[in-house]
Design a binder for this molecule. Structure first.
Ligand code: PMP
Length: 294
């Protein structure tokens, strides 16, 4: 992720990643009490473009508010500094990670003082380009009555790590987690769509992270005249689907080959997911007129 030349942004300053220091007495380290974002920049023919920068920094602020973490930052300034960070590190195709974390405090009271870190690194396809072999996780997503699931809070990702570790240990590529009602929720770091009889379905907001890619896919469906229905989906709905895909900033759109021992019958390249995958790629690379498409 970094070498001796890498620069990161910390509280208004650019400093060498290898020389950056932070306190070990932070609630963020001990309790996972922090909020973060995962953003991507693409090397387009119009130059380096951060995809949906405003949406990501808006969600970072919203996550902080939900978690009672102060957010004393100007989001336009953060976007400007993020572009600068990419320039300083000379990276064009980047994954960008802003993190708002807490000052030293070992209590369980809400944070009063925070730091902001933004780092970036070059990253290829997160899940690879192969179709994913998925399994239904034995872990549920966090219950919305236990936490604010729509906040991208660091501590929530312990659940994601457990589900990923379980899936890999069983020989799968990726996990699919259910919600507390045993409906399909999402993957450890992505949302999910299924295709059945020419229509798409995806779980509604409420028990999942409100993915920015999910929202983009819903918009693309409108543009492409693809019917997409937001509704609760059972494991049976998933396993009886014609095809399915994950979507997220890191994974972009990734086709799913199978769930547990069930292989989807449709040929991926002929699926609605594949059409959306091609369109999404064109959109982020600004290969088509941005305004027309979304
Ligand atoms: N769900 C979870 C649990 C995630 O971590 C992510 C990645 N942020 C997503 C869905 C997809 O969100 P986005 O499209 O905003 O990256």
């Amino acid at each position: 992720y970094y070498d001796s030349a890498t620069v990161l942004y910390l509280n208004g300053k650019f400093i060498k990643a290898a020389e950056a220091k932070t306190s070990l007495y932070s609630q963020s380290l001990h309790y996972g009490y922090a909020v973060f974002e995962g953003i991507r920049a693409y090397n387009t023919h119009n130059g380096t473009r951060i995809f949906k920068a405003k949406e990501h920094y808006d969600r970072l602020q919203r996550s902080a508010e939900l978690m009672h973490i102060p957010f004393p930052f100007d989001k336009n300034e953060l976007i400007k500094q993020t572009y600068k960070l990419l320039e300083k590190n000379n990276i064009k195709d980047a994954y960008i990670r802003p993190l708002v974390y807490c000052a030293p405090n070992m209590t369980l009271s809400a944070a009063t003082e925070v730091s902001i870190l933004i780092c970036a690194w070059e990253w290829g396809a997160y899940l690879g380009t192969q179709l994913q072999k998925a399994c239904v996780s034995t872990y549920q997503r966090p219950n919305p009555k236990s936490t604010h699931v729509e906040a991208k809070a660091s501590g929530h990702y312990v659940n994601s790590i457990l589900a990923t570790t379980e899936a890999k240990s069983k020989g799968f590529d990726e996990a699919i987690l259910l919600d507390m009602n045993n409906n399909i929720a999402e993957a450890p770091g992505a949302n999910i769509f299924i295709e059945k009889n020419g229509r798409l379905y995806t779980p509604p907001l409420g028990n999942i992270l409100a993915g920015i890619t999910r929202a983009t896919v819903l918009r693309l469906c409108k543009t492409l005249d693809i019917e997409c229905i937001e509704k609760h989906l059972s494991v049976d709905d998933l396993k009886n689907a014609d095809s399915a895909f994950f979507c997220g900033t890191a994974v972009e759109i990734a086709g799913i080959a199978s769930v547990d021992d069930v292989t989807f019958p449709a040929i991926w390249t002929e699926s609605l997911g594949a059409t959306l995958q091609r369109t999404y790629k064109a959109l982020v690379l600004e290969k088509q007129n941005y305004e027309v498409i979304i």
